[in-house]
Write a protein that binds this ligand. Structure first.
Ligand code: NAD
Ligand code: DAU
Length: 335
């Protein structure tokens, strides 16, 4: 099944906007309606350059049932990215996470049920909790849920709602759980852009705890191509894990950035650890590769980091005004 009119929630955020650009560039004839509340993480400029006849922008909240009743009947599918997405924020104030990630997903599922709309839910590998550094295991679709943070527990809750709405009401739905994304337009509160923009601002990068926590990095465009395959060819009711075999510990990632930006490998500060900090994430994406033939194409982490560094250097006006506020917030928690 191929959809030519889709709603993308959270399409003004990091992954949502990259997905919209990917669809516009790679799927001629598809029209996208972005529904986004433009929170601190959303930016209308992330969608600049997209032709007006391919994009409709709706400034609104996914918890607004009346608004959903207006726009959902026109669409063939909903691709649901909108969320509160940052672990550190969820530790400081969980309430918006419960509202947007749980209630918002519920409202969208109700709209999809009412109007018979295909639903694809974007989720995270963090629902599975974490793995030990010396454990050879990776997460699969069968790994039990064991979320650690307020953020990941609200994402796990939203996944459960999607499963229930599929089984009980027959909503045509799929879920994807992806690992850590990087690339252009990622908010500067997140690890890689925070370190790049610190260096560009003359500040020292900040590493939590002992720096040995492992994340499984994937370029955001590879996430987009996987979501498109699952939306169009995935089996309803199924979950697919998305990952690109990119495990690396935080100290190595930071030293790589320092080296690429011409700094000494010790030119950073060790700071207070995140409470409940997950140790390691690792994705086994063989189901997605086997069933849908998907493969990542951005397999050089070095090239991906170089182009991310170049993007932040070339787009200072995109992030400079937010920088002092983000750093002031981190300073309050000793990070
Ligand atoms: P982001 O914080 O950059 O963007 C979130 C977007 O959602 C913003 O544009 C924001 O304005 C919008 N939004 C927030 N609350 C809303 C509401 N109530 N109504 C409408 N719009 C609202 O997030 P991101 O990093 O792009 O993540 C997108 C999705 O991908 C999330 O669901 C996240 O859980 C998931 N995910 C992220 C990663 C990652 O590495 N960043 C990895 C796996 C999964
Ligand atoms: O795994 C997928 C998840 O990846 C997504 O679901 C989340 O939305 C996304 O934010 C991301 O979560 P993380 O908590 O892994 O990402 P973050 O960029 O916040 O941190 C990555 C790692 O870097 C983590 O181990 C904490 C560490 N860190 C982070 C910051 C901001 C530092 O050492 N220093 C920092 O300044």
């Amino acid at each position: 099944m191929s959809f030519d009119d889709i709603i993308v929630t959270g399409g003004a955020g990091f992954i949502g906007s990259n997905f919209v650009h990917w669809v516009i560039d790679n799927q001629p004839g598809v029209h996208v309606t972005v529904l986004d509340a433009l929170t601190y993480a959303g930016n209308r400029d992330n969608l600049v350059g997209i032709p007006g006849d391919r994009l409709t922008f709706v400034h609104g909240d996914i918890c607004d049932a009346a608004l959903l009743d207006d726009i959902v009947p026109e669409a063939g599918a909903i691709v649901h990215f909108a969320a509160e997405s940052h672990n550190d924020n969820s530790i400081a104030d969980p309430e918006p996470f419960v509202r947007t990630n749980v209630e918002g997903t519920y409202r969208l599922l109700e709209a999809a049920r009412k109007h018979g709309t295909r639903f694809h839910h974007i989720s995270t590998d963090e629902v599975y909790g974490d793995l030990a550094l010396d454990d050879p295991a990776r997460f699969t679709e069968e790994t039990p849920y064991h979320p650690s943070s307020p953020y990941s527990s609200t994402k796990a809750s939203s996944d459960m709602l999607v499963r229930a709405w599929h089984r009980t009401y027959g909503v045509e739905a799929t879920i994807s759980n992806c690992s850590n994304n990087y690339g252009p337009r990622q908010h500067i509160e997140k690890f890689i852009p925070r370190q790049i923009t610190n260096i560009l601002s003359g500040l020292r990068p900040k590493l939590y705890g002992d720096g040995r926590n492992v994340r499984d990095w994937i370029h955001v465009d590879d996430h987009s191509s996987a979501v498109w395959e699952i939306l169009n060819r995935g089996r309803s009711g199924e979950t697919y894990l998305i990952g690109a075999d990119g495990e690396c510990d935080n100290l190595h990632v930071l030293r790589h950035i320092l080296e690429l930006m011409g700094k000494s490998p010790d030119d950073f500060d060790w700071v207070r650890d995140r409470p409940g900090h997950d140790r390691r994430y690792a994705i086994d994406s063989s189901k997605l590769r086997r069933e849908l033939g998907w493969e990542p194409v951005h397999t050089s982490f070095q090239e991906g980091l170089e182009s991310a560094i170049q993007w932040y250097a070339d787009n200072k006006s995109w992030w400079e005004t937010a920088k002092s506020e983000v750093e002031a917030k981190y300073a309050q928690s000793g990070q």
